[in-house]
Design a binder for this molecule. Structure first.
Ligand code: GAP
Length: 460
C-alpha cells in the first residue's frame, strides 16, 4: 500500500488532502491523472447500469436533506460506532476494531457494554500510549452535522448525507409519477457521502468524505429474492468489466447479528487487500425490504404505495440495493494493476520497471504519441496524429516530446498508458509508426492511417 500511495503522489494520481498544511487525516485529493481514472470508473458504471439498461433511471440529489429524512431512515438512532477513549493520552478508538485486531474476536452484534466487558477481561491497553486506561465503550453517531442559517443557536441542524441511497427513496414518488417507470425498476445515483470515521484509513480505503455509486431497485415483494440473485451476478459482471482479478474477490454472506437495521440479507464483495489489511469490504448488496419506503411513508405522511396495474393492487415495493464505493474501486484497480518487473535498462544494467497494468477502459491516458526526438519535422506530423486520435476516440491522449525515449516509455508504464505510438524518421518515408505495448514492451509497426481505428477498437 505504501508503494502505491507513493506512486500516486509522485505521478499526480492521489495527493494527501490539504497537503501544504500538513494534511487533514483521512481526506485525499485526486490529482490530474486520478481525476481521469475516477471519471472513467464513474462513466463506465453509469453507461453499464443506467444507459445500457432500460429498467434503471438516474438521479442527482442534494447532499443536504430535510433532517427528518435521517430520523425516518434510522440513521439518527442507529448509525453509530462503538468508541473507547484513553483517559491518559485522550486518543479515541473503535472498540470493535480494537478487539478484532488485538484478540482476533469477531464482535458484530455485541452491545457496547459487552465490548467493554471483553476489553476489561482481556486487560486491553491503549494502542497509542500503552496505559490500561480505556473508558467504557459508548455509541458515537457517525453523521456530520451543520447548521442552516446565520446563527447556530436558532438555525436548523442538518446532516451531510452518510449514504446517497436515501434520496432515491425520498424522490421515489416523483420518479414514478414522471419517469414512465414500472416495477421492477431502479434509480441510480453517483455522489458524495460523509462519515465521521475514527479508525485511520489505509490510504483511501476509509475516508471522511467519499463517493458512492448506488442503485435502489424496486421490486414486487415476492420477487425480491430473485432480483437479489440477478444483482449478485450483475455485480460480478461489473468487476470483470473493469478488470479486477477474480482470485482477489470473495463474496461473504452477513451473519444475522451483523445485518444493518434495514436489511434482511446482505452480502459483501470483499477484496484481498495487501499486507495486514487482508479481506475487507469493497461493495455490498442488500435486501432493504420495504423498510425505507415504509418509514418515509410513516414519517412524511405521504402515500408511497405503488399501484400495480397488471395486478390491480397497491403495495410498498421491496428494494434490492447494490452499492459500490468509487474510491475503493479506484484503490483495488490500482492495487491489482501495480507490478514491478526485473528488467535491464538502456545501458544493459539491471533495473526495476514499475508498471500499472490498468485495463485500457480505465487507464487515464489511452495512448501517448511520442516523436522520437524534439525536431520540427517529426513534431508536426506527430501532432497531426495526436489531433486525429483525440477526435477519433474522444479519449485523453498524451503528447510528449521531451527526454530520452526509454525514460518516456517508463513514465507511461508507471501511469498505466497501454499504448505508445512512436514517430521516428522512418515514419516520414513509410507513413507508419511503432506501437509499443505497455504490458510486454513488444513493438510492432502500424500504418499511420490505421492507428485511429486500431486504438478505438482496443479502448472500447
Ligand atoms: N447505502 C448502503 C451503504 O451506504 P455501506 O456498506 O455503508 O452501505 C457502501 O457503504 C459502500 O461505500 C461500501 O461498500 C464502500 O465501498 C463505500 N464506503 C463506505 N464507507 C466508506 C469510507 N469511509 N470511505 C470510503 N468508502 C466507503
Amino acid at each position: 500500500m505504501d508503494k502505491i500511495a507513493s506512486l500516486c503522489k509522485r505521478r499526480g494520481i492521489i495527493f494527501p488532502g490539504s497537503d501544504i498544511y500538513g494534511g487533514l487525516a483521512n481526506t485525499w485529493d485526486y490529482g490530474p491523472l486520478g481525476a481521469e481514472l475516477k471519471r472513467n470508473v464513474k462513466n463506465l458504471w453509469w453507461t453499464t447500469f443506467v444507459h445500457r439498461r432500460r429498467d434503471v433511471v438516474g438521479l442527482e440529489a442534494s447532499i443536504l436533506m430535510h433532517p427528518r429524512v435521517w430520523e425516518a431512515s434510522g440513521h439518527v438512532q442507529n448509525f453509530n460506532d462503538p468508541l473507547v477513549d484513553c483517559k491518559t493520552c485522550k486518543a479515541r478508538f473503535r472498540a470493535d476494531h480494537l478487539i478484532e485486531e488485538r484478540l482476533g474476536l469477531a464482535v458484530e452484534g455485541k452491545t457496547p457494554a459487552q465490548m467493554s466487558e471483553i476489553i476489561v477481561e482481556a486487560k486491553l491497553k491503549c494502542p497509542n500510549c500503552g496505559n490500561a486506561t480505556l473508558t467504557e465503550a459508548r455509541q458515537f453517531n457517525m453523521m456530520f452535522s451543520t447548521t442552516i442559517g446565520p446563527v447556530s443557536e436558532t438555525g436548523t441542524q442538518v446532516y451531510l448525507r452518510p449514504e446517497t441511497a436515501q434520496a432515491m427513496f425520498v424522490q421515489y414518488k416523483n420518479v414514478v409519477a414522471t419517469g414512465r417507470v414500472k416495477v421492477p425498476f431502479g434509480i441510480a445515483q453517483i455522489g458524495k457521502a460523509f462519515r465521521n470515521e475514527i479508525t485511520p484509513g489505509n490510504f483511501i480505503f476509509r475516508q471522511l468524505e467519499f463517493e458512492q455509486m448506488e442503485i435502489e431497485y424496486f421490486v414486487k415483494p415476492d420477487e425480491a429474492a430473485g432480483a437479489f440473485e440477478e444483482w449478485l451476478s450483475a455485480m460480478r459482471g461489473w468487476l470483470r468489466t473493469i478488470g479486477v482479478r477474480d482470485d482477489h474477490i470473495r463474496v461473504r454472506e452477513h451473519e444475522q447479528e451483523e445485518l444493518s437495521h434495514y436489511s434482511s440479507r446482505t452480502v459483501d464483495f470483499e477484496y484481498q487487500f495487501p499486507g495486514s489489511m487482508g479481506w475487507k469490504e469493497l461493495y455490498g448488496l442488500a435486501n432493504r425490504t420495504d423498510f425505507d419506503l415504509s418509514r418515509h411513508q410513516e414519517v412524511s405522511g405521504e402515500d408511497l404505495q405503488y399501484f400495480d396495474q397488471a395486478e390491480n393492487r397497491k403495495y410498498i415495493p421491496y428494494v434490492i440495493e447494490p452499492t459500490f464505493g468509487v474510491d475503493r474501486t479506484c484503490l483495488v484497480l490500482l492495487i491489482d494493476a501495480y507490478d514491478e518487473e526485473e528488467t535491464i535498462d538502456v545501458n544493459g544494467k539491471p533495473d526495476t520497471r514499475v508498471v500499472l497494468r490498468l485495463h485500457p477502459r480505465i487507464a487515464p491516458y489511452k495512448a501517448a504519441v511520442l516523436p522520437l526526438m524534439k525536431k520540427p519535422e517529426l513534431a508536426e506530423p506527430a501532432r497531426r496524429l495526436f489531433d486525429e486520435l483525440v477526435s477519433a476516440t474522444g479519449a485523453l491522449i498524451e503528447y510528449d516530446e521531451t527526454g530520452n525515449i526509454g525514460k518516456r516509455y517508463r513514465r507511461q508504464d508507471e501511469i498505466g498508458t497501454p499504448f505508445c505510438f512512436t514517430f521516428d524518421f522512418d515514419s516520414l518515408d513509410d507513413h507508419a509508426v511503432t506501437v509499443r505495448h505497455r504490458d510486454d514492451m513488444s513493438q510492432e509497426r502500424l500504418p499511420i492511417a490505421e492507428v485511429p481505428a486500431w486504438l478505438s477498437e482496443r479502448i472500447r
